[in-house]
Design a protein. Structure first.
Length: 294
């Protein structure tokens, strides 16, 4: 016997030659309700993503077909999703807009409806320029030449017009830039002394600047050392002797080396070009060495 939902009356009646009788009962049938449910498992609510392409997954219960599912992204219905009715699983790949995005999934059946929504943010990855100067290899590098080779990698820039090259504050246009390798090359003319090289690059995500110093050195004449006292091969009767010399083309004491019998002695005076030292000799031959390096 199949009951209808609600109240059902069941009556039984019997007859024979002596009469009849009957009895009846009321039975109420309430069908078990199976309302649908949905839960978004991926992405997580309030997630902040750096990739606009995102996979959406959700699990459902008591949903029999894809037609009972409504998928929305930012208020617009999305039909390009798959639904496994056996497992109650929804999957989809969607493209987010920059900023906040709303994902909403609604499900329904004859017993009701349910929905869940999440907000996720897509922040586009910023790619400002990145400048790496590779030649010269170090800051403050010196050279005796009147020019120097400059080489740098300028990442996340596509055009030479987005790069500025300055030498000692003056903009230079004579450089090359390979948009494939991102390599900048130039031969820069150097002034005497320090030269500041500045590379500046811009794109839609920002600006970057890198600099390096190249020192052009002047070729100097070698120092001249002349010992005036004592004279070479001289003989003295006193153990302590005063050493005097003239040292030209040298500016600092640390550029002068004084040795007596092979031992370096730092106790001496050097002012202007005048060298003085008071030293103790050993008996016999003594060797005095005085050198300078600029």
């Amino acid at each position: 016997m199949t009951l209808t939902e609600g109240t059902n009356n069941i009556r039984i009646k019997a007859n024979n030659q002596d009469g009849s009788d009957q009895d009846e009962v009321s039975v109420t049938y309430r069908r078990t309700r199976r309302p649908p449910s949905v839960s978004i498992s991926k992405p997580s609510n309030r997630a902040v993503l750096s990739n606009p392409q995102v996979e959406v997954t959700a699990s459902t219960q008591n949903v029999s077909s894809k037609s009972d599912v409504q998928f929305e992204l930012n208020g617009r219905r999305v039909s390009n999703f798959s639904f496994d009715s056996r497992r109650g699983r929804l999957t989809a790949k969607v493209s987010l807009k920059e900023g906040n995005n709303n994902i909403r999934i609604k499900v329904s059946n004859s017993d009701g409806s349910d929905q869940e929504e999440e907000d996720v943010s897509y922040n586009a990855r910023k790619r400002p320029p990145v400048i790496t100067i590779t030649k010269p290899s170090r800051d403050g590098q010196g050279t005796l030449l009147s020019s120097a080779k400059l080489e740098a990698k300028v990442a996340h820039v596509d055009r030479k017009e987005d790069i500025s090259l300055q030498i000692n504050g003056t903009r230079q246009l004579n450089f090359s830039f390979d948009s494939n390798s991102k390599i900048l090359k130039a031969t820069v003319k150097l002034a005497e002394g320090n030269n500041r090289v500045v590379i500046d690059a811009t794109n839609k995500d920002g600006r970057e600047q890198a600099s390096i110093n190249i020192v052009r050195k002047v070729r100097l004449l070698a120092p001249i050392v002349e010992i005036s006292n004592p004279k070479n091969n001289s003989k003295v009767s006193k153990q302590r002797i005063e050493v005097k010399a003239s040292i030209r083309r040298v500016e600092n004491k640390n550029e002068v080396t004084f040795k007596l019998n092979g031992k370096t002695i730092n106790d001496f005076e050097f002012k202007g070009s005048v060298f003085r030292a008071s030293s103790i000799l050993i008996e016999g031959a003594n060797k005095i060495e005085l050198s300078a390096k600029s």
